[in-house]
Structure formats: C-alpha cells, structure tokens
Design a protein around this ligand. Structure first.
Ligand code: FES
Ligand SMILES: [Fe+2]
Length: 331
C-alpha cells in the first residue's frame, strides 16, 4: 500500500472540502475515501468495498454516520468496522470478518492527515507553525490559508524544487527573482550556504554573496525541509511575518498535489498569501518537464550549489526507495 510514500503522515486535503458527501482522492497510488460522520469526525478508508470492490466513495453517509457502499448497502464505521449488511439475517453473519481498511487520521492546521502505513502510527514531527496556535490577538478559528493544485510531476521533483535556491533568478526572473537576476549572472557571484541537519529535517540558508539583504539572513528566518514532503519558508514581507508551508503530495507516479498552507500571523496575511500564489507556481512548467522521480545522487551532473537538494536525494534513495515494501515498478 502507498508504495510511492509509505509509512509517513501526510496531509491529503483541507478539512473544509470534506462536507456531507464522501470524497474520493488518490494518494500515493491508492484510492481512498474521506468522509465526515455525524459527530463531525473524519474517516479515511481504502476506497474499495471488502464485499465486491465497489468504490465506497460512490456511496453515502448514513443517518448514524457510517459510510454506506453504493452496491449492496453494507455500512462501515470510520474505524472500518462493518456495522450493517442488508437483507441478511444478522444471526448468520460475522461482522468482524467483513471490515473495510481504515487509515489513521489527524486534523492538523486545517488539513486532513493520513498515515500511510500499517500498525501503530508514530507522532508526526512537524514545525510549531503547523501545530501551535499563533500568538494571542491573531489566533482565530481559521488560522491558516490553504491553496492547492495538481502538477504533472513526481512528488520528489517538487520537494527538490522547493529546496532549490539557484533557480530563483531564472524561473522567477519577472517576479520575486527580479532583484537577484541583476546580480546572479555576473562572473564572481556565487551562492553561500549554511545547512543544519536534525533527525527529521534539514534547515538551509542560502544567499548570494553580492546581495546584502535577503530572505535568509536573519536568525529564525530561512527554509526548512521536514521529512518527507514539507518545505517551510519563513520571511517577512513589508513587515508582515510569512510562514509558508509547501507540501508535495503524491497522487500517482506522474501527478502530485502542490498544497500551500500560510499560517495567518497578522490580519493582512491572507491578502499577501493570495498575491504570492501565482509567482510561487511559476515553477510548474519547468518541473513538469522533468521526467520521473529524482535519480540517485550520481546519475545527473552536480555542482556545489546543489548541496541542499543532494541531501534530499540521498535521504529519498536511502529510506523511501529502499523500504522493503517499496515496489520499484510503481514509482
Ligand atoms: S460491493 Fe459493497 S456492499 Fe457489495
Ligand atoms: Fe521556484
């Protein structure tokens, strides 16, 4: 299961998109269904009825909050337990043997998260900006602004792009890279790095030595990749603190959901966030031109400015690809 991204917590969709109808969504090569029960809890099941394999997402949520299969009306609790099989004498049934496959879920930062493994799910390792409420005065019911779209790219190419600084003056030459573009091409300009690794993340600060001001110089600002598919960018825009979280969520081997989450730290953050979306997704055409997943660290040409992204490549090939349950033909 979930061979493209096994044994991790990943967001799937904003919780606001799960209303009264079940929602079908593809995640890492599997079809799953998300639904909201009568207690406002979110369930996630494999979108495959254990009876004859019909898509549960075509069914409906029953009055008591179970998901009802569209084919023969079997009903399932959000933990997967079968609660009702119509037109059969209950005395002849062993409901405990008729369960659907359920997935551990969490609601964090306005998103539905799913654990893509079996057995006990570990605690997700996430930045404070996703798990802690903003300072008093800013916190409200909607502490996050969320945007997502689908790219025709392998998820690893998108994470790598988010960790890559050197493309900024080229891909973003007409937007936020314009200041850098004047300084990026002359001979003698080079990028400087400071990289700090922790058990679950890599923090990286980059700057062009010829530019004195920039995103990444002040303590506490900069970028950080969190295993497996999150990159956080922290900076200030016209005095407004921006905490931008970018997720690359695999749909299948050729498509990924690029999902942006801005923590609302100031009243004007939503407007700033909306203005950021179109320059941020300028990368899409270029990333969609790359074929397949990121190769191993020796398969393409590398230079010193690739240091941060090479750490991600190494991690991906040493952990995700080498997992015994990873079926390479599906990548
Ligand atoms: S296929 Fe779902 S109840 Fe028969
Ligand atoms: Fe970019």
């Amino acid at each position: 299961m979930f061979d493209l991204l096994p044994n991790v917590w990943t967001p799937v969709l904003p919780i606001a998109e799960i209303e009264n109808q079940p929602v079908a969504v593809a995640l890492a090569g599997e079809r799953i269904v998300l639904f909201r029960n009568s207690k406002d809890e979110i369930g996630a099941l494999l979108d495959r009825c254990p009876h004859r394999g019909a898509a549960l997402s075509l069914g409906r949520v029953s009055a008591d909050g179970c998901l009802e299969c569209p084919y023969h009306g079997w009903q399932f609790h959000k933990d997967g337990a079968c609660t009702h099989v119509p037109l059969n004498n209950p005395a002849d049934l062993q409901l405990s043997k008729l369960s659907a496959v359920s997935l551990p879920t969490r609601i964090i930062a306005g998103l539905v998260w799913v654990f893509t493994g079996e057995g006990e799910a570990p605690e997700p390792q996430l930045p404070d900006s996703l798990t802690q409420l903003p300072p008093v005065g800013y916190a409200n019911a909607e502490s996050y602004f969320i945007y997502h779209e689908v790219w025709n790219a392998h998820w690893t190419r998108i994470v790598e792009n988010l960790m890559d600084y050197v493309h900024v003056p080229f891909v973003h030459r007409n937007s936020f890279g314009s200041e850098i573009v004047k300084n990026a091409t002359p001979a003698g300009s080079f990028v400087e790095f400071k990289i700090t690794q922790t058990e679950h993340s890599v923090q990286f600060f980059n700057r062009l030595h010829s530019i004195e001001s920039g995103l990444e110089i002040e303590p506490g600002l900069g970028s950080e990749w969190y295993q497996p598919n999150l990159v956080v960018l922290k900076f200030d825009e016209m005095g407004i603190p921006i905490r931008m979280h970018s997720f690359a969520i695999p749909i299948d081997r050729d498509r990924s959901r690029y999902l942006l989450v801005f923590q609302l730290l100031a009243p004007d953050t939503v407007e700033v966030a909306k203005e950021f979306i179109s320059p941020i997704v300028e990368d899409r055409v270029t990333i969609e031109s790359q074929v397949g997943e990121i190769p191993t660290t020796t398969e393409e040409c590398n230079v010193p400015s690739d240091r941060a992204t090479l750490l991600f490549r190494r991690w991906y090939h040493q952990t995700i690809v080498k997992l015994p349950r990873h079926v390479s033909i599906l990548r």
